[in-house]
Design a protein around this ligand. Structure first.
Ligand code: HEC
Length: 108
């Protein structure tokens, strides 16, 4: 009985915490990019999973993502007329690097 309860608790924990942990976005991503990007769905901009798929297998993925986020612009997503603003909502170089690594990690 004790075992049964323990495994039920463990299962409930996995069900609740599992998906949230799998897509745990860095805090900077929520603060400076979250208005327009989510991990797994399109908002104003593409989902990070879609961006990750675009750069999968590209050896210079980090360099390209960092450059595009820093300078902003249009990258062919065709989601509307909105372009990516330079540095999102005032992200620093370190923030952008953190986000580039997070995005690349999604397709590994
Ligand atoms: C005001 C809304 C907005 C904010 C804030 C924003 N983005 Fe974007 N982002 C967009 C849009 C819109 C696009 C797609 C542009 C297009 O159509 O090509 C985009 C595209 C991108 C892309 C794809 C670039 C590529 O090479 O294809 C990345 C990566 C990205 N954003 C990361 C970020 C990060 C990281 C932040 C936070 C530092 C951020 N964005 C903040 C709107 C935003």
């Amino acid at each position: 009985m004790k075992f049964l309860i323990a495994s039920m608790v463990a299962t409930a924990y996995l069900v609740i915490a599992g998906p949230a942990l799998a897509v745990d976005m860095p805090a900077v991503g929520k603060a400076k990019c979250g208005a327009c990007h989510a991990v797994d769905k399109k908002l104003v901009g593409p989902s990070y999973i879609d961006v990750s798929a675009k750069y999968k297998g590209d050896k210079d993925a980090a360099g390209k993502i960092i450059a595009n986020v820093t300078k902003g612009g249009m990258f062919g997503w065709k989601l509307g007329n909105q372009s990516m603003p330079p540095r999102g909502l005032a992200a620093s170089d370190a923030d952008i690097k953190t986000m580039a690594e997070f995005i690349i990690g999604l397709s590994k």
